[in-house]
Design a protein around this ligand. Structure first.
Ligand SMILES: N[C@@H](CCC(=O)N[C@@H](CS)C(=O)NCC(=O)O)C(=O)O
Length: 211
């Protein structure tokens, strides 16, 4: 009854599904994965809305709770399955936690042109060859500025201990790295380190191969 179910997109291109699946994997929680195509068919969307209010993925089901929004999902998992019995997702230090939330919020509310020109399909699948458009290049500049301000050279996490914001920032940076767009060496190393994590590899193993 209390089993965890994660609804994901069949193509595994949603960065928000990525976040939720990685959170479950980092917590080392058993879960069942269900997939729906994008756009979500009307009947499935209505079923989601009836139980989870919003008709989007990721959707986490835990007992009677159906909840969408990637950040709501990872915060729920952090609080429902807390340390020390379960691995940590968010920094213990309140200042670091605020900074982590700042980064995750920024990634969800900006960089729209970069997301268009460097979609996650170009990270998880085939890279694109077209150069960045002017607005996407500006987004890339801002992303690299933020990352450079936050990442200490040689570090593979924002803070002393890894947190869930690291994979969001890592995926945002991989939009550039995977497509050969210029990124400072230590930022490049930080991003690729995220993709070496067991949790991220678990996600990547689900991505359908492109013919
Ligand atoms: N802010 C949401 C975004 C969720 C979202 O936009 N999901 C998209 C897939 S990336 C979706 O379910 N779209 C429904 C559709 O295209 O029919 C989150 O963080 O989870």
């Amino acid at each position: 009854m209390n089993d965890l179910v994660l609804y994901a997109d069949t193509g595994f291109v949603s960065p928000w599904v990525f976040h939720a699946l990685v959170a479950l994997e980092e917590k080392r929680l058993p879960y069942r994965l269900e997939t729906v195509p994008l756009p979500i068919p009307a009947a499935q969307r209505a079923a989601f809305q009836a139980r989870g209010i919003l008709g989007t993925v990721p959707m986490l089901v835990h007992g009677e709770l159906w909840v969408t929004e990637s950040l709501a999902i990872s915060e729920y998992l952090a609080e429902r399955f807390p340390v020390p019995d379960h691995p940590r997702l968010f920094p213990a230090d309140l200042g670091e936690r605020a900074r982590a939330r700042q980064v995750m919020s920024m990634i969800r509310t900006s960089l729209f042109a970069l997301r268009t020109d460097r979609p996650t399909s170009s990270v998880f699948g085939r890279p694109v060859s077209a150069p960045l458009g002017a607005q996407a290049a500006a987004d890339a500049g801002e992303l690299v500025r933020v990352a450079t301000a936050l990442i200490t050279p040689g570090a593979t996490s924002l803070f002393a201990t890894w947190c869930i914001a690291d994979v969001d920032l890592g995926l945002a940076l991989m939009r550039l790295v995977a497509n050969g767009d210029p990124v400072p060496a230590h930022v490049h190393a930080y991003a690729t380190a995220q993709f070496q994590r067991r949790s991220v590899r678990a996600y990547l193993s689900r991505v359908p191969t492109t013919p």
